[in-house]
Design a protein around this ligand. Structure first.
Ligand SMILES: [Zn+2]
Length: 206
């Protein structure tokens, strides 16, 4: 097996029992703890050119920063932002597994679009029920247990359907979807490490 995040070969991926999953597959890189969606993202980094001049990371992962460190990318963690950034600031944003937890999807995407530089890219991932056409969101579901039952995770407030694409486009982005199953099996033995892991990354260009 191969991990494009830490660029190591001959790996045996591990199982992480703490993951909320019914999967028994071994999907975690033993070196950098990457998951399949992180390895697919770094494989995309390897094959496409992105402008990492001003990079912002939500839900920062060592496996992604390992890749960025090799290329001496100067990144910033979203939780370290002291105040809302000026418009058109970031040339690349990794928005990993955030959108299912924010109070308002539309407001979050409007803000993401605002802070993205013209020509910049936001890589969005979220749990998605790819069999559902529309997103499920019920304001009466408020307890962690009920949320886990409805959406797959105790901290989620919605479960996206295939209409996530329209939401991203409505925010103003030009969206290209990258499908994990198009990448070599050696990096992404798919997998369902998380519930509703959709095996797709939405590359959103401003
Ligand atoms: Zn790795």
């Amino acid at each position: 097996m191969y991990c494009p995040c830490c660029n190591k070969r001959k790996l045996v991926f591990c199982h992480n029992q703490e993951m909320i999953s019914d999967s028994k597959q071994n999907v975690v890189c033993p070196i950098c703890a990457s998951l399949p969606r992180h390895r697919v993202l770094c494989a995309i980094f390897d094959e496409r050119d992105f402008d990492f001049t001003k990079t912002l990371l939500y839900n920062q992962h060592q496996c992604i920063t390992d890749w960025l460190d090799v290329y001496e990318v100067d990144y910033q963690a979203a939780e370290e932002l002291q105040s809302p950034p000026p418009p058109d600031t970031f040339t690349f944003i990794h928005y990993d597994y955030q959108l299912q937890t924010v109070p308002c999807t539309k407001a979050a995407l409007t803000e993401l679009y605002r802070i993205t530089a013209k020509g910049g890219t936001v890589a969005v991932t979220a749990p998605i029920d790819v069999d559902a056409f529309v997103t499920i969101e019920d304001k009466t579901i408020t307890t962690p247990h009920a949320r886990a039952e409805a959406y797959g995770y105790p901290n989620c407030v919605r479960l996206f359907g295939r209409d996530l694409l329209e939401m991203l486009e409505a925010a103003g982005f030009e969206v290209e979807i990258f499908y994990g199953w198009k990448y070599p099996e050696e990096i992404a033995p798919w997998c369902k490490p998380y519930v509703h892991d959709s095996n797709r990354i939405y590359m959103c260009k401003k």
